[in-house]
Design a protein. Structure first.
Length: 265
């Protein structure tokens, strides 16, 4: 226990200086629009290559950053980097692609959140539609009213908002009705059920039907097999991402993927 506690302290100390040391980097996973099979955007995913610990999983360092109070500065850095990448996409002829960024509940509830998003978009000289904000259900369990007010402002700018990991938390149709969300992202744990759990598969179909009924799109995360894809196409899922199409890629790799993927169409 002492060793684990010491390592946690060392990781938190490493996080404190990770941005300045240039240890953070972003990879991008393509999102494929169905049934056309075209790239509609990418999701920006943060990675940490610590000089002391090597590659540290986001499942480890994100909760630590939240506990230590670093998540706002880290999240703001990711947002600015994603906006800069969206600008480079535009310069390379892909201005119609959106870049999705994960935002923590702590970021949304910070006093300057709306200003930070607006400033990042303006500094990058991109259109708001090129950025998509992804929030998790944990946001619904914190300061909902305050978050709603800010998310409405973000939406008014022209930035789209997605609800990430739908179904893994305390999903509520009451909350869903209030949120200015146009997209639901189904967690990989549900997608894995398609081939192994008939009831779970039917749940996915029900979520897609519900989303359609309230004019929302569904993105399926973690799609890895043709059978999963075929089922999602059959049920009318709007978009997918996962290793069936591509792992998360570096910026140089994503450009190559976009060129090669478009050639096949």
């Amino acid at each position: 226990m002492q060793i684990a506690a010491y390592k946690k302290i060392r990781l938190i100390e490493g996080l404190r200086y990770a941005i300045a040391r240039g240890e953070f980097y972003i990879v991008y996973q393509p999102q494929i629009i169905l049934p056309q099979g075209i790239v509609g955007g990418v999701e920006a995913l943060l990675r940490w290559n610590s000089k002391e610990y090597g590659n540290v999983s986001p499942e480890v360092f994100i909760p630590l950053a939240e506990q230590a109070g670093f998540i706002n500065s880290i999240g703001n850095w990711v947002l600015m980097e994603a906006c800069s990448f969206a600008h480079r996409l535009k310069e390379n002829g892909w201005s119609d692609l959106s870049v999705a960024v994960n935002i923590s509940a702590m970021q949304v509830t910070s006093a300057d959140f709306v200003y930070i998003v607006d400033n990042a978009i303006r500094n990058a000289e991109i259109k708001p539609k090129q950025i998509e904000i992804e929030i998790t259900e944990s946001l619904l369990m914190t300061s909902l009213d305050e978050a709603l007010f800010k998310l409405e402002q973000i939406k008014a700018m022209g930035v789209s908002i997605a609800l990430d990991d739908f179904g893994t938390g305390y999903s509520s149709l009451t909350y869903l009705r209030k949120l200015p969300v146009k997209k639901l992202k189904i967690d990989k744990s549900f997608i894995d059920m398609i081939e192994t759990d008939d009831f779970g598969a039917r749940m996915i179909g029900a979520i897609i039907n519900m989303a359609k009924a309230i004019n929302m799109n569904v993105v399926a995360e973690g799609v890895e097999t043709k059978k999963q894809l075929d089922y999602l196409v059959e049920k009318g899922c709007a978009c997918v991402q996962g290793y069936l199409f591509s792992k998360p890629l570096t910026e140089a790799e994503i450009y190559k993927f976009l060129r090669d993927f478009n050639k096949d169409k």
